[in-house]
Design a protein around this ligand. Structure first.
Ligand SMILES: *Cc1c(COP(=O)(O)O)cnc(C)c1O
Length: 814
């Protein structure tokens, strides 16, 4: 978009105050991820959970000059205001106007699953065929869709937008803003059906998007969908795809060789398949159908599909050598993805940063204009050093204001050794594929280990939001990041959660809290088990202790006095309600109240912990715990003379007993996508995967043995693969000798022989086409974390916290 303040006021009939000639090209709604302040307006969106107006100050501090808000704050004198009745309505109105005047071909994607991946895939396939704009991340809602549409500018030829709804009535509103020429309906599942009476109602709502479409491409495996679309839209061009042969585009069954054969209106296209799960195959069919509809040749379709990358792998943050953080963006390089990467960088608060950037290839715009825009974006980030690679971008090195080094190719940069001199910075690697800058990642990466624990932070957020959706809007949430955040890395998880406004963090010991503070975490932190010798550190680092006995109360109070703390120090009182671990029982309440009367302490919260909230058979016991908690916390509150907040629910408490949420809940394992309740588990996304690769494959003969103590002896010739992960990485030795299995592709291979310290061996007889270097899954997907815990004869919690520190953690987010 590109409008003046005055034009925007006129389009949306809103009032403006200040400089009406200012231009607006971007609208930001999250003050933390503003990557560019140039021609950017900040919109304060008030939701039932949060007031966006709280963040106006931070947006102004960052240099934003135009604020769109429902209220005017005259104390910010120097900024221009657009005052609107309702911020969301404003965005929708502006977006409707903007889309209405845009001359682009448009694809609108809706459905329950697969929207984001299809959008990203389409983009990967089409961005160098057409000048393409797409929704960022999974911006698809009442706010996300308008923001996405506002990105359209005059140079775009194609727009790919996803549209999501959560309630009846929403699609009609969205269709008034956005009416795609090509409608794409992906799989309809019951994942979002919560607010809908039935699947039928959900389908009816979704297809409203296609009211004005010319072509509808839809997953016809769902009979209800197929019928509804044919009933409603018989006058339009309809194309169904799916696994069933009743579709117009479908997958040919019974293929013996590795290639997949797709039937497209009687035409056959064949592809090598890397993944064969249903969701991936169905999405691939949708993708092929859209590409064909856009008149791409078969050769081109095949070439594009072969080059697809998993979107999860787009942006990864890796621990680097010399305390660096490496952000590797192995996606193609264009302006859009550069913006996304810069935004991602903003989420880390490392003050020192460097950038490696290559030529942008395959974009047909004027080089001077393109690199001026690139340099403007980059200059705003104040990198310490920028390394430019490529013959074109280096011609424009004078446009960049940081310290600049130029190279003709990636090897020259490696040879210069300049990158390996950097320390304690965040380094962004952003390059077009042909420059092969992944090699830089290999050089900069800290641990050379093929075994990694991959942590998907997007999934963490999804899981948190899912649990929040079960709670009242005002209920606070504490995230338990004890024990290195259940083994995932407490700093990285805490930093991410803090960014997403978690109310409290919980750790077990003071040390864990101190480490978080030292690395810059400022959210309130509760220490569940403050040891006596750690009270000084608790106070020095502004941590809040759990107080579970009179003895601890006295000792901690002494420490507070010694530290000369002159306000009332915040503490959290733990009540014992049935776990019989730590806490005050009913008889202790009177002496506790008496002791608190004279102390310089403030009870910030009163809480207890459920022993069996995940066990339906212990419901009666759990309710008894709740009753004791209610009674004893009431007694405390009545006598304290003020009202601390109360909390008792852990993750399974949230899902099973939401009526007892009080003022706060404490999420742990649920954040990681696990639940004992299979209906809940389905709504969560897996967060962790523990992966490795095959080091070597050996063919052994009958009678030969494998591993220490010759515990496996082949009774027929067998194919054995060795993988570089062993008991020193946290794999219990007891899962050797065919107890445990690992996943390769969609199949499971048994562990044979004893697990060694750094390696183990698996039998791959039943798995075709395995090569050295192929990926192996230890858990999550196949096998799942729960299945893996089953092999180990333990619970998921213990599996995660046992993964050794030497295993590299990789964090993925969009
Ligand atoms: C670990 C812990 C939790 C979180 O438990 P989950 O079962 O992982 O949700 C909550 N409260 C306390 C006191 C804990 O120690």
């Amino acid at each position: 978009m590109n409008y003046t303040v005055q034009e925007i006021s006129a389009i949306t009939q809103s009032r403006s105050i200040g400089d009406k000639k200012l231009r607006i090209r971007n609208i930001a709604f999250d003050s933390r991820t503003i990557y560019s302040i140039q021609d950017t307006a900040f919109i304060a969106i008030n939701t039932h959970k949060n007031s966006g107006e709280k963040f106006i100050e931070s947006a102004v501090d960052r240099g934003i000059r135009v604020i769109i808000s429902e209220h005017h704050y005259p104390q910010f004198e120097e900024v221009t205001w657009i005052i609107v009745e309702n911020a969301v309505d404003f965005l929708q109105q502006l977006a409707a106007y903007h889309f209405g005047h845009a001359r682009i071909k448009s694809i609108g994607i809706t459905g329950s699953n697969g929207k984001t991946i299809l959008k990203e895939w389409l983009y990967q396939c089409l961005w160098n065929e057409f000048s393409t704009v797409k929704s960022p991340k999974s911006f698809n809602s009442q706010i996300g869709l308008p923001l996405s549409l506002l990105q359209i500018n005059d140079s775009h030829e194609l727009g790919i937008f996803e549209v999501g709804i959560s309630k009846p009535g929403e699609m009609q509103k969205l269709e008034q803003i956005f009416h795609p020429q090509i409608g794409l309906l992906t799989h309809i599942g019951n994942a979002h059906a919560a607010n809908f009476r039935s699947e039928q109602q959900l389908i009816e709502e979704k297809v409203i998007l296609f009211k004005n479409s010319e072509v509808i491409i839809y997953n016809g495996d769902n009979i209800l969908t197929d019928k509804k679309i044919k009933d409603l839209y018989s006058g339009k061009k309809l194309i169904s795809y799916g696994l069933s042969a009743s579709n117009q585009v479908y997958l040919q069954k019974n293929v013996k060789d590795e290639d997949l054969i797709v039937q497209y209106f009687g035409e056959e296209l064949s592809f090598p398949a890397h993944q064969r799960d249903e969701a991936t195959l169905t999405n691939a069919l949708a993708l092929i159908t859209v590409l064909k509809e856009l008149n791409l040749s078969n050769e081109k379709v095949i070439e594009k599909i072969n080059a697809l990358k998993s979107i999860e792998m787009r942006l990864e943050a890796i621990e680097g050598i010399k305390s660096n953080i490496i952000i590797n963006d192995s996606f193609n390089l264009d302006l859009d993805s550069l913006k996304t990467a810069l935004q991602f960088l903003k989420e880390y608060n490392k003050p020192q940063k460097s950038l490696v950037l290559t030529d942008i290839v395959g974009v047909n715009s004027n080089a001077e204009e393109l690199y001026t825009e690139v340099a403007d974006l980059v200059n705003e980030q104040h990198f310490n050093t920028v390394f430019l690679i490529g013959e074109v971008i280096t011609r424009f090195s004078h446009l960049f204001t940081s310290e600049i080094f130029t190279f003709n190719n990636t090897q020259e940069l490696i040879d210069s050794k300049r990158l390996t001199e950097i320390n304690n910075q965040i380094i962004l690697l952003k390059g077009a594929r042909k420059f092969g800058i992944e090699r830089l990642k290999d050089i900069l990466e800290l641990r050379k280990h093929d075994t990694v624990l991959e942590v998907n932070l997007n999934a963490v957020l999804h899981n948190i939001n899912y649990h929040k959706s079960l709670l009242n809007p005002g209920t606070k949430m504490m995230a338990m990041v004890k024990a290195n955040a259940y083994g995932l890395g407490s700093y990285e998880i805490a930093e991410f959660l803090q960014h997403h406004h978690i109310d409290y963090l919980g750790v077990a010991y003071a040390d864990e809290g101190v480490e978080l503070r030292k690395k810059g975490i400022t959210a309130p932190i509760i220490v569940m088990n403050p040891e006596q010798h750690s009270y000084e550190a608790v106070i020095e680092y502004n941590l809040e202790p759990e107080i579970y006995s009179l003895r601890v109360l006295e000792l901690f109070n002494d420490a507070v006095q010694k530290a000369g703390y002159d306000e009332r120090y915040p503490i959290h009182i733990k009540l014992e309600t049935g776990m019989n671990r730590l806490g005050f029982k009913e008889a202790d309440l009177a002496p506790l109240l008496e002791a608190l009367r004279h102390k310089n302490l403030r009870v910030e919260s009163i809480f207890s912990h459920l022993s069996s909230s995940d066990m339906p058979s212990e419901k009666e016991f759990t309710l008894r715990q709740m009753a004791i908690f209610r009674k004893n916390s009431d007694t405390l509150i009545k006598n304290l003379g003020y009202s601390p907040i109360r909390h008792i629910l852990n993750s399974s408490g949230i899902t099973e007993y939401p009526d007892y949420q009080y003022d706060m809940v404490r999420i742990g394992i649920g954040m990681l996508g696990e639940s004992q309740n299979s209906d809940i588990k389905k709504q969560l996304r897996p967060v962790v995967s523990f992966k490795t690769v095959i080091s070597q494959i050996l063919q052994i003969q009958e009678g030969e043995s494998v591993g220490y103590s010759r515990r496996y002896k082949a009774d027929h010739p067998a194919k054995i693969a060795t993988i570089p992960v062993g008991y020193a990485d946290g794999i219990p030795r007891l899962i050797g000798n065919q107890v445990g299995k690992v996943g390769i592709g969609k199949k499971l291979a048994p562990i044979v022989g004893n697990v060694c310290m750094d390696m183990m061996m698996i039998n791959i007889d039943d798995i075709p086409h395995v090569k050295e270097g192929d990926p192996v899954i230890l858990f999550n997907g196949q096998p799942s974390l729960k299945e893996f815990a089953g092999y180990c004869n333990t619970i998921t919690y213990e599996v995660l916290t046992s993964i050794a520190p030497r295993v590299k953690r990789i964090y993925i987010k969009d």
